[in-house]
Ligand binder design. Structure first.
Ligand SMILES: [Fe+2]
Ligand SMILES: [Fe+2]
Length: 297
């Protein structure tokens, strides 16, 4: 095995160790168990969520926000389960817990963190919007996928802050993309790191794949549609200034990833995608409830 390959393997092992140490909160695991059990009822789910009052409060906060836009107030978790349904609730529990898990960090990382979550939440909201617009089932899953797509960056900055900073500087100085700079510094890029993490966490295969291939969507195999949606959402967010770093040449749209999609009977195009910015902006605004959750800790 050559040096580079060796370095990559080492990093992968370290990422797997990190994933093992940062286990999902117990409530999330219980919620997943209830949802995956075909015998579960709405009451079962409501009782698991209600046992964690902080989580329950946050679920109600999002359920009553513009993100869902329900006309009536949802006052109890039981009603939230009925109105939102199992799938939407699963996505919500997952998103809220992840935001909580990764909300810490050192003072010097704070502004980068803030930008990171702004980008991730925007990307989630955009992916959800695109999913609805382009006729995908369960748009909530696209929100989670968008929220998580850059999680590799979060891990790299949390555990290897000095190297991460060095790769930011390297990209700036050499005028290369972040991924190239990450590869030079770490031996792997954030998409790979995030993908390894998701795999060791046993996240659903389509989520791990989206994280792994969000910059190279044509390589996706399990759920190419989801990967392409997040790829498009990521590009849109960069175009609109909701990016994690503000480097215009950073991202390239893989036009072929648009081909399977159509809108109003016409094939999806780059112009059409970029023309959605105004509508996407509204959706991103509606997702600010997630920023509040993050800031509340
Ligand atoms: Fe990325
Ligand atoms: Fe991104």
């Amino acid at each position: 095995m050559d040096y580079l390959q060796n370095r990559k393997e080492n990093l992968r092992k370290q990422v797997e160790d990190i994933a093992e140490l940062s286990a999902l909160p117990a409530t999330v695991v219980q919620v997943m168990d209830v949802i995956n059990n075909p015998k579960s009822s709405a009451a079962d789910l409501a009782s698991v969520i209600s046992a964690d009052p902080a989580l329950a409060a946050k679920i109600l906060q999002v359920a009553n926000s513009a993100f869902y836009g329900f006309p009536r107030k949802i006052a109890t978790v039981s009603l939230a389960v009925v109105v939102l349904g199992f799938d939407a609730l699963k996505d919500l529990v997952f998103s809220i817990s992840l935001l909580q898990m990764f909300s810490g960090g050192r003072a010097e990382q704070q502004s980068l963190r803030k930008q990171f979550w702004q980008h991730s939440i925007s990307c989630g909201a955009s992916a959800r919007f695109l999913a609805k617009k382009l006729g995908r089932r369960l748009p909530g899953e696209s929100f989670v996928a968008g929220l998580l797509h850059d999680i590799g960056k979060l891990i790299m900055s949390q555990y290897w802050w000095e190297d991460f900073k060095r790769s930011l500087e390297l990209a700036e100085r050499e005028d290369i993309t972040f991924r190239e700079a990450e590869e030079m510094t770490f031996g792997a890029n954030h998409a790979e790191v995030g993908g390894w993490f998701a795999e060791s966490w046993n996240l659903p295969a389509q989520l791990a794949e989206t994280i792994y291939y969000h910059h190279t969507p044509l390589m996706a195999r399990t759920d190419a549609q989801l990967v392409s949606l997040v790829h498009m959402a990521n590009i849109l967010c960069h175009q609109m200034g909701f990016d994690a770093n503000g480097r215009p040449r950073e991202l390239v749209l893989e036009k072929k990833a648009l081909e399977p999609f159509s809108l109003n009977g016409r094939r999806m195009s780059e112009d059409c995608l970029l023309g959605m910015q105004e509508q996407v902006h509204i959706q991103v605004q509606k997702a600010t409830v997630f920023n509040h959750i993050l800031n509340a800790g």
